[in-house]
Design a protein around this ligand. Structure first.
Ligand code: ZN
Ligand code: ZN
Length: 351
């Protein structure tokens, strides 16, 4: 029996009696991060990073939550569990599972570059590595965050000189906070959609975000006069894009922040004026780098381009297989997978 099995409820460690990011309600769930496709409602006990705990509490209500530090070891039966930074969003963690000398690591979602908010990705040695593959094609190659931030800032300045509002589309938990680090260098006149505003308030009120790290944002409300948005920046989740809610900002320009913006066609299909390929996931090189750093003999590839990525690994001499999961619809907002490449399905990403 493998240490971690793929069951209809999710990734299951039989020896330890727990699931990792289960998609059905279970008794014991270990959670990598607070995005809704990884942290689902209904389980009895949740174990997660202490920064993830308050977000789970807000999103999933009262349950039994246990928050741990990165690197702290927890025993379930005779199985050792520890969490390690995944660099994806605040509190996001990889899960290390050890039993009788065998080590498995479940990546959750991860990103290699340190974005200043999410913690720095830490490679963890293991025998078997279960990796995501959201951007597991060679065409996905990210620019440095600093370079993308410069692009965003220049775009905002151009909009300001044209008398336009800059509407930035970024999902509310993760991307929105990240992009505000760039925006605050250009303006203090920043508005946010309710979903983004609520998330930031919650992160501040629970102490997950330290005050002062991010600029103050004003909530967009119906009573605000139209000219208050003039030349400002508005942060909105993907679900708001293209809806009548946007009309009040006219004249405006829309910039989408998502790894999918690396592909020009996606920007066109979304009717965006600008696309910034700012992703909270590893790019192709990042995935390879992460796999290599684990030293794993076996790699199991989940949500994303799992067949392309596992095929490549096999050809490179690393034993790999693809595995079906039910992850992948909150964070990048626009989902393109192998089954629907070339088409955009409905935007999710709101919460
Ligand atoms: Zn995620
Ligand atoms: Zn994911």
């Amino acid at each position: 029996m493998p240490l971690i099995e793929f069951t209809d409820k999710g990734l299951y460690c039989r020896a330890g009696g727990f699931y990792i990011d289960p998609w059905r309600a279970v008794d014991k769930a270990v959670i990598t991060h607070a995005h809704s496709d990884h942290a689902r409602w209904g389980s009895k006990n949740y174990l997660c990073h202490h920064l993830t705990k308050p977000i789970l509490q807000l999103r999933l209500g009262d349950n039994n939550y246990q928050g741990v530090e990165w690197g702290e070891t927890i025993l379930m039966n005779d199985v050792k569990i520890s969490l390690h930074p995944a660099g994806h969003i605040i509190g996001s963690s990889q899960v290390r599972v050890e039993y009788k000398g065998e080590v498995w690591v479940v990546s959750g979602d991860y990103k290699i570059e340190d974005d200043g908010i999410s913690g720095a990705f830490e490679p963890v040695k293991c025998h078997t590595f279960i990796t995501e593959s959201t951007f597991g094609l060679p065409i996905y190659h990210w620019k440095l965050q600093l370079t993308i931030f410069n692009d965003i800032q220049q775009w905002i300045r151009n909009n300001q000189s044209a008398g336009k509002t800059s509407v930035i589309i970024a999902y509310s938990l993760g991307k929105a906070q990240r992009v505000l680090q760039a925006v605050k260098e250009v303006t203090t006149n920043i508005f946010a959609h309710g979903a983004v505003w609520n998330t930031q308030e919650a992160l501040l009120n629970t102490g997950v975000l330290s005050p002062g790290l991010l600029p103050e944002i004003k909530r967009v409300t119906a009573d605000l006069p139209k000219d208050s948005f003039k030349e400002s920046v508005v942060i909105a989740p993907p679900s708001a894009d293209g809806t009548p809610w946007m009309r009040r900002f006219a004249p405006y320009s829309v910039g989408i922040c998502s790894g999918w913006m690396q592909v020009r066609g996606n920007q066109r299909r979304r009717n965006a004026d600008a696309g910034f390929a700012l992703s909270d996931h590893a790019d192709w090189k990042g995935l390879l780098q992460a796999v290599e750093a684990t030293g794993a003999q076996k790699v199991l590839v989940t949500h994303g381009f799992q067949s392309a990525f596992s095929r490549y690994l096999n050809e490179a001499g690393i034993e790999a297989a693809e595995v079906k999961t039910e992850y992948g619809d909150e964070d990048e907002g626009l989902i393109v997978t192998e089954t629907n490449t070339g088409e955009t399905n409905n935007l999710s990403g709101d919460d």
